[in-house]
Design a protein around this ligand. Structure first.
Ligand code: FES
Length: 150
């Protein structure tokens, strides 16, 4: 079934089962491999993308739910003002260790700052608690969010 998706401002026609999780359409059909698979059960946050500016878990979102929505992925977030600031802060604070979870972290942080430009520690922890990092970069993530908020 052909579906039209708008991803990072560009329309794509994809011929897939409408129940296919968005994550696999991004990665396997469209070749956007920046969005990662971690758990497939909405538990780790590695697959986070934006749907109309809100952070969502693409591993459990049927692609049909994205028709008519604005989807933003890690490949496109740098084109937004807040996403650019977050990515620059991630570099300046040297957040990344292995890197696997970091596209999801950046997408959650960008959604947070878009809705709350100057979050406190509790708000940062609340917004980021669904993004797991096995390397334990949490303190650097918090500092980078504060840098990006300035
Ligand atoms: Fe989607 Fe873990 S892969 S939340």
């Amino acid at each position: 079934m052909a579906l039209t998706l708008k991803i990072n401002g560009v329309e794509h026609s994809v011929d897939v089962d409408p129940d296919t999780p968005l994550l696999w359409v991004l990665r396997d059909v469209l070749g956007m491999t920046g969005t990662k698979f971690g758990c497939g059960m909405s538990l780790c946050g590695a697959c986070t993308v934006h749907m109309n500016g809100n952070a969502v878990r693409s591993c459990v979102m049927p692609v049909s739910a994205m028709v008519g929505a604005e989807v933003t992925t890690i490949e496109g977030i740098g084109a937004t003002d807040v996403g650019k600031r977050v990515q620059e802060a991630w570099l300046s604070q040297q957040v990344v260790q292995c890197g696997y979870c970091q596209s999801g972290q950046i997408m959650s942080a960008s959604a947070l700052l878009a809705s709350n430009p100057n979050p406190g520690d509790a708000e940062i922890e609340g917004a980021m608690s669904g993004n797991i990092c096995r390397c334990g970069t949490y303190l650097r993530i918090r500092e980078a969010i504060k840098v990006a908020a300035k």
